[in-house]
Design a protein around this ligand. Structure first.
Ligand code: MOS
Length: 737
C-alpha cells in the first residue's frame, strides 16, 4: 500500500485537543444514566448470596406488595430469551434462565418499580431460598495445560540441555474493571422498536446480540452510546442487566433504567481472570535463547469459555529455535471473565518480561543487551516478515531518555536520602487488529461537513480522529466538522476494543471523504460551473476549496459556493474497510515498545513508590500525539495499579468478591502517579493502512508491571512473581536503607 497523498496532510499528526472536550468538562455531554424518559421506571437486580447451588424457591409476595413495584421477574416467570448464535458476549446464558447458581451475585430476580429507591427496597425484600453447595474459588495451581497454542523445535529437550535456565511460575490476580461510570442501560420500547441507551464499547455488537437474545430483528433494535465514562473492556460485550432492562421495557411498555452498583460490577460484569504462568527459558552462556516454554492457566467461569491468551505475544517476541506455548482453563465458581485492557499480552508480558529479567541476572548481562541479542529478524511463530518492527530503537531511545547507563548494576546500591532506588525495564507489544467499518461523509452548502460511523468514543479520542481524517482530505477546519458516533442508525462501525478502532476506521473514513469530494468536483466541472471542462482528476480540495491540483496559485472556489450554485444542500460519500486479512497473510503486524521504571523503596516505613517512568512506543503513525500520549499515560497509571494495588479477593466460604467497592479494591490515583515521559517513534505502517496507524490503547499496559517488578528486584533483591506486590513481600528484604 502506498504512503498517503493527503490533500491537507498537516491535519494528521497534530496535537489537537479533543473536540468533545468542551461538552464533557461543562457537563453537557449526556452519558447513559443521564437519559430520563417520560414515565421511566427503575430496574434492580436481586443477587444470589451463594456461589454454587440451586434456587429452591423465590418468594416475591412481600416485594410485590411494596409501593411502586411493577413486576418481579425470576426464572419462573421471565419472558423468553435466547442464546445468540453470532456476535460477542462472554456470559452466554441469558439472565434468569434456570434455577442454577454458578457464581456469587448471579442475578436470581429483577425488580421493576417507579423509583430507584422503591426498586432497591423491593429487591431487598425478595426472599430466595437456596440449596447451597460449597463453591470453589481457589486459585488454580495444577499444571494441566493440554492445549497447544504455538510450537517449534523441541523446547523441552533444548531447555534440559541449556547452559543457563530460568524456571519460574508467575501469577496475576483477578482484576475488576472499575470505570468511573457505572454500567447502565435505559431501555425504551415503542412502536415495535426497542431503543437502548447503553454504556457500551460496541453499539453494533450490542444491537446484534441483544436482538438475537430477545428474538427481534436488528432493524427493530437501536443502541445509543454517545459518551462513555471508560470501559477498559468491561463494557465491550453485553451483560445481563442490559438484557433485563430490555425485557422489562418490552413487557411493561415503559422506559426502564438500570444502573448496577459497584458491587454488582464485581459480580456480573466481567473481570480479568486469574492467570498462572509457568515460564522456562533456556539460554547459552553468552545469552542466546535456545528455548522458551510458556505454559499458562487462565481461570474460567463454570459455563463460559473466555481465555486470557497470555501466550499471544510470546512466539514473535524473541528469536529462539525451540518454543512451546500451551494453555489450560480450570473452571471456578466466579462470574464470566472478559477482556480487560490488553487481554492476553498484559498478563503474558508480565511473566515473559519478568523471566527475561531473571535470565539477565543469571547471565550477569544487561537486560537491554539480552533483548537486543535475541531480537528476531522475522516473526518466527508465524514465519512471516514484520511489517514494521522497531523494538531495537525503542530500547535504545528509552535507555537514553531514562539515563539507563548511569544505573549501578548491583542490587540495592543506588541510594537517595533514606530510600533505595531500583531501576528496571521491560519490552512491550500488542498485535494490530482491524474490524469491518463503514463511514459516511457529507459536505454541506454552508461550508460544514459531517462524518458518521456507528463506532463510539470511549474516551480515547475517536471523535477527534474522525474529524482529523475528514480534514486531512478537505482542509475543512475541525470546528466546522460534526462527528456522529455511538448510534446503530449510522453506518456500522467497529467496537472500541483491541486497540483497533482507529486502524479500522482510517481506510473507510478516507475513502468516504474522497468520494464526497469527488461528488463536489463533479458539480464543479459541470457546464457553467467554475471548472467546466476540467477533468475531475485535475481538481483537489484544499482549505475547504476546490482548486486545480497542479496550480498552487489557483485560489480555488469554496466548496460551499459550488454546492450553493448547483442548488444542492449536500454531497455525500460512503467508504468501507475490511479486516485487513490480506495484509495479515503476508506480514506479522504489531506494535512494540519499551518501559523504563525507577522505584523508590523506603524500608523504614515499607513504602514503595514508582517515581519515574520513560516509555517509548512504536505504534505506527500517531494521528494525534496529544490523545495518543494520554492513552499511554493512562495505561501506565493502570499499570501501577496492576503492579502494586489491584486484586479482587474472593471469600473461600461464600465465593463472594469481598472487596467489591472502591474503598477496598485499590486503584492507582493521582497521588500514585509518577513523572511520566512518553515518546513515539512514529514510523508509519503503510502495509496496514495508508496513513500507517496501528493503535495504541492497550500496549502501554503490556510489560509495565514487569518493568516495575524488575526495578523492585534491583532495589531490594526480592523477585515478585505474584501480583500485586505486597508490603509483606518486601519487609523481609535483605536490602535495608
Ligand atoms: Mo479492550 S480490553 O479490547 O476494551
Amino acid at each position: 500500500m502506498a504512503q498517503a497523498q493527503l490533500a491537507n496532510p498537516e491535519a494528521i499528526g497534530s496535537p489537537y485537543a479533543r473536540i468533545d472536550g468542551p461538552v464533557k468538562v461543562s457537563g453537557a455531554a449526556r452519558y447513559t444514566a443521564d437519559f430520563n424518559l417520560p414515565g421511566m421506571v427503575y430496574g434492580m437486580p436481586v443477587c444470589a448470596t451463594i456461589a454454587h447451588g440451586r434456587v429452591v424457591s423465590i418468594n416475591t409476595a412481600r416485594a410485590e406488595s411494596m409501593p411502586g413495584v411493577r413486576v418481579v421477574l425470576h426464572h419462573g416467570n421471565r419472558p423468553p430469551l435466547y442464546r445468540a448464535a453470532s456476535g460477542s458476549i462472554d456470559e452466554r446464558r441469558p439472565p434468569l434462565d434456570d434455577d442454577q447458581v454458578r457464581y456469587y451475585g448471579q442475578y436470581v430476580a429483577f425488580v421493576v418499580a417507579d423509583t430507584y429507591e422503591q426498586a432497591q427496597a423491593a429487591a431487598n425484600a425478595v426472599q430466595v431460598t437456596y440449596d447451597a453447595q460449597s463453591p470453589d474459588v481457589s486459585p488454580p495451581a495444577d499444571e494441566d495445560t493440554p492445549n497447544t497454542e504455538s510450537t517449534r523445535g523441541d523446547a523441552q529437550s533444548a531447555f534440559a540441555q541449556a547452559a543457563v535456565r530460568i524456571d519460574a511460575v508467575y501469577s496475576t490476580p483477578v482484576e475488576t474493571h472499575n470505570s468511573i461510570e457505572l454500567h447502565a442501560c435505559v431501555a425504551h420500547y415503542d412502536d415495535d422498536t426497542l431503543t437502548l441507551y447503553d454504556a457500551t464499547q460496541g453499539v453494533v455488537n450490542q444491537r446484534d446480540v441483544i436482538a438475537q437474545m430477545l428474538g427481534m430483528g436488528i432493524e427493530n433494535v437501536r443502541v445509543i452510546s454517545h459518551y462513555l465514562g471508560s470501559g477498559f473492556g468491561g463494557k465491550l460485550w453485553p451483560w445481563p442487566h442490559s438484557l433485563l432492562a430490555a425485557v422489562a421495557a418490552r413487557m411493561l411498555g415503559l422506559p426502564v433504567k438500570v444502573v448496577i452498583s459497584r458491587a454488582m460490577t464485581f459480580h456480573s460484569a466481567g473481570h480479568r481472570p486469574y492467570t498462572r504462568q509457568h515460564l522456562r527459558l533456556g539460554a547459552t552462556q553468552d545469552g542466546r535463547l535456545v528455548s522458551i516454554q510458556h505454559h499458562y492457566l487462565s481461570q474460567a467461569s463454570i459455563r463460559d469459555d473466555y481465555r486470557e491468551g497470555c501466550g499471544e505475544p510470546t512466539p514473535r517476541m524473541y528469536s529462539t529455535p525451540n518454543l512451546s506455548v500451551c494453555w489450560g482453563m480450570p473452571r471456578r465458581h466466579v462470574g464470566a471473565p472478559t477482556s480487560m485492557r490488553g487481554p492476553g499480552a498484559v498478563p503474558g508480558m508480565y511473566a515473559l518480561e519478568s523471566a527475561m529479567d531473571e535470565l539477565a541476572w543469571a547471565l550477569k548481562m544487561d537486560p537491554i543487551e539480552l533483548r537486543l541479542k535475541n531480537e528476531p529478524d522475522h516473526d518466527e511463530g508465524k514465519n512471516l516478515p514484520f511489517s514494521s518492527r522497531h523494538l531495537r530503537e525503542c530500547l535504545e531511545q528509552g535507555a537514553e531518555r531514562f539515563g539507563w547507563h548511569r544505573r549501578q548494576a548491583e542490587v540495592g546500591t543506588m541510594r537517595q536520602g533514606d530510600e533505595v532506588l531500583g531501576r528496571g525495564m521491560a519490552a512491550c507489544t500488542w498485535p494490530a487488529m482491524r474490524m469491518p467499518s463503514e463511514v459516511r461523509v457529507t459536505l454541506h452548502a454552508d461550508g460544514t461537513a459531517r462524518i458518521l460511523c456507528a463506532t463510539q468514543d470511549i474516551g480515547t479520542g475517536t471523535y477527534t480522529i474522525l474529524a482529523q481524517l475528514l480534514s486531512a482530505e478537505t482542509g475543512i477546519p475541525l470546528d466546522r466538522i460534526e462527528v456522529g458516533l455511538g448510534d446503530t442508525r449510522l453506518p456500522p462501525g467497529p467496537v472500541s476494543g483491541g486497540s483497533a478502532a482507529t486502524a479500522s476506521i482510517v481506510p473507510a473514513a478516507l475513502s468516504a471523504t474522497r468520494k464526497a469530494v469527488r461528488a463536489a468536483i463533479k458539480l464543479a466541472t459541470k457546464k457553467d460551473a467554475p471548472y467546466a471542462g476540467k477533468s475531475a482528476d485535475d481538481l483537489v480540495m484544499r482549505d475547504g476549496r476546490l482548486a486545480l491540483k497542479h496550480d498552487q496559485n489557483d485560489p480555488g472556489v469554496p466548496v460551499a459556493e459550488i454546492l450553493t450554485d448547483a442548488g444542492v444542500v449536500s454531497v455525500a460519500g460512503e467508504g468501507q474497510a475490511d479486516t485487513g486479512a490480506d495484509a495479515k497473510k503476508k506480514y506479522s503486524i504489531a506494535s512494540y515498545g519499551a518501559h523504563f521504571v525507577e522505584v523508590a523503596w523506603h524500608a523504614a516505613t515499607a513504602r514503595l513508590r514508582v517515581k519515574r517512568v520513560v516509555t517509548v512506543i512504536d505504534g505506527g503513525r500517531i494521528l494525534n500525539p496529544r490523545t495518543g500520549r494520554n492513552q499511554i499515560e493512562g495505561a501506565i497509571i493502570m499499570g501501577i495499579g496492576m503492579a502494586m494495588l489491584e486484586q479482587t479477593h474472593y471469600d473461600h466460604r461464600s465465593g463472594a468478591p469481598v472487596n467489591s467497592n472502591l474503598a477496598d479494591y485499590l486503584v492507582a490515583t493521582h497521588a500514585d502517579a509518577p513523572q511520566i515521559d512518553v515518546s513515539f517513534l512514529d514510523y508509519p505502517d503503510v502495509v496496514w493502512n495508508e496513513v500507517g496507524a496501528r493503535g495504541i490503547g492497550e500496549i502501554g499496559l503490556a510489560g509495565f508491571a514487569a518493568a516495575v517488578m524488575n526495578a523492585v528486584y534491583h532495589a531490594t533483591g526480592v523477585r515478585v512473581r505474584d501480583l500485586p506486590v505486597k508490603i509483606e513481600d518486601l519487609i523481609g528484604a535483605a536490602v535495608q536503607a
